[in-house]
Design a protein around this ligand. Structure first.
Ligand SMILES: [Mg+2]
Length: 410
């Protein structure tokens, strides 16, 4: 089998670059896109090259950025515009390949295997892509290349972003040479906690990690240990499959409430109902989710409040009984007691449901049996034949929504 040609293209200071591109008067100025500069806790979401030169960084509080550079230009984020630009960039890449996987709003994987005969060497293609993106959008793009997505990501993050050439190639031949001297935290998949764990056993560089036996890492950290070993050796069996983009999206549902909800109990009731619906749909796909995302929007249009937060579930699941506690925790942590008008819940990180997982150790889980039974009964006798008693309480949305959905279906 021939070697694959995988690119990871990353946009420099994406939000700030978009703002500069659509408003040329900002060119050359220190620009920072910031949650809400009026609030003390507004944080920097992106900083232009010029702002970075003053030491301004993503994730920093706005007041700190202001202190580093008093003439920094703060700009409110316009998410829809960033999404539009991201899609425009995908369209540019689609002129070269149909195997594109958006990885985040400003990063996309491309599989260019076998296209050398049409477009020339990968280096030429990379140069063309960088040029096209710049000409058509005014955004600087950096490209990492590898034989698999992991190598491409490492090539981009550790090298292409740091060289003026904006391109870097890693391969199975040179991966060890280039990555082993790097600090362990630059390895893909190593977060703060894992960095500390690894430091504790004397691992400070990727080379140190690569020298450890696979078995030992497996024993210590299970699947995560296995993945660490693979990453340290530049091994990755995944492919750039556009279909996985749908997997990552997960199953979600958003609803606008018939009126402003002010009481915690009422809002939590709707959240429970929506969690149930999202879980039921996930089960119908034969999947379970790893992360739950909660979105709440305030009622006052002129004073937008609300939040959008996600949290990993203790264990992948698709039963409301197991997902809802995390939803409730998120809600209680982030709700500022302002009236709520719209809520959304989604389950992401979907994987195929495995019977094994549930029968392991303890016997079949009660929550699973109950959820499956409810699914079966509803399938036969209709959605509204069986529901939580709490759905009769004021504020509940289940019956109304079920009617609405039934109307659409039939
Ligand atoms: Mg970027």
């Amino acid at each position: 089998m021939g070697k694959k040609v995988i690119f990871l293209a990353d946009m420099e200071s994406f939000y700030a670059s978009v703002e500069t591109a659509r408003n040329p008067s900002l060119r050359g100025k220190p620009v920072a896109v910031c949650g809400d500069p009026a609030l003390r806790h507004g944080i920097i979401l992106a900083a232009s090259r010029e702002a970075k030169a003053y030491g301004i960084k993503t994730g920093q509080p706005a007041w700190e950025a202001k202190r580093m550079c008093p003439w920094v230009v703060f700009i409110h984020p316009s998410m829809q515009t960033y999404i539009d630009y991201s899609i425009r960039i995908t369209r540019i890449f689609e002129q070269f390949s149909d195997r594109i996987l958006p990885y985040s709003i400003d990063e996309q994987f491309l599989d260019l295997t076998g296209l050398e005969n049409i477009f020339g060497s990968p280096h030429k293609i990379a140069a063309a892509l960088i040029e096209l993106v710049w000409e058509e959008t005014g955004i600087r793009c950096r490209i990492g290349m590898g034989e698999n997505p992991l190598q491409a990501k490492m090539a981009c993050d550790c090298f292409a972003k740091k060289t003026s050439g904006a391109f870097f190639e890693l391969s199975s031949n040179n991966y060890a040479f280039y990555t082993r001297p790097l600090p362990i935290k630059s390895l893909f998949g190593v977060g703060h906690r894992m960095e500390r764990n690894l430091n504790r056993i004397g691992v400070r560089t990727i080379g140190h990690l690569a020298a450890l036996p696979r078995k030992m890492l497996q024993r210590r950290w299970g699947v995560n240990g296995e993945v660490l070993w693979l990453n340290a050796h530049g091994i990755d069996y995944s492919t750039v499959d556009p279909d996985t983009a749908h997997e990552q999206k997960g199953v979600g549902h958003t609803a606008t409430l018939p009126r402003d909800y002010r009481r915690q109990q009422e809002i939590e009731l709707v959240l429970l109902e929506m969690t149930e619906e999202v879980c039921a749909r996930t089960r119908r796909l034969g999947k379970i989710g790893a992360t739950v995302h909660l979105y709440c929007k305030g009622a006052d249009f002129n004073n937008p409040t609300g939040f959008s937060r996600q949290k990993k579930l203790p264990e992948s699941t698709a039963t409301a009984a197991e997902v809802f506690p995390t939803v409730r925790t998120l809600f209680r942590q982030h709700w500022n007691r302002m009236p709520v008008r719209a809520v959304g819940i989604s389950l992401t990180g979907l994987t195929v449901y495995s019977q094994l997982k549930f029968s392991f150790g303890s016997c079949y889980r009660q929550e699973e049996i109950l959820a499956k039974t409810v699914d079966m009964v509803r399938e036969r006798f209709g959605k509204t034949c069986l529901f939580r008693a709490s759905s009769l309480k004021p504020g509940a949305q289940f019956l109304q929504r079920a009617g609405k959905i039934g109307g659409h279906d039939s």
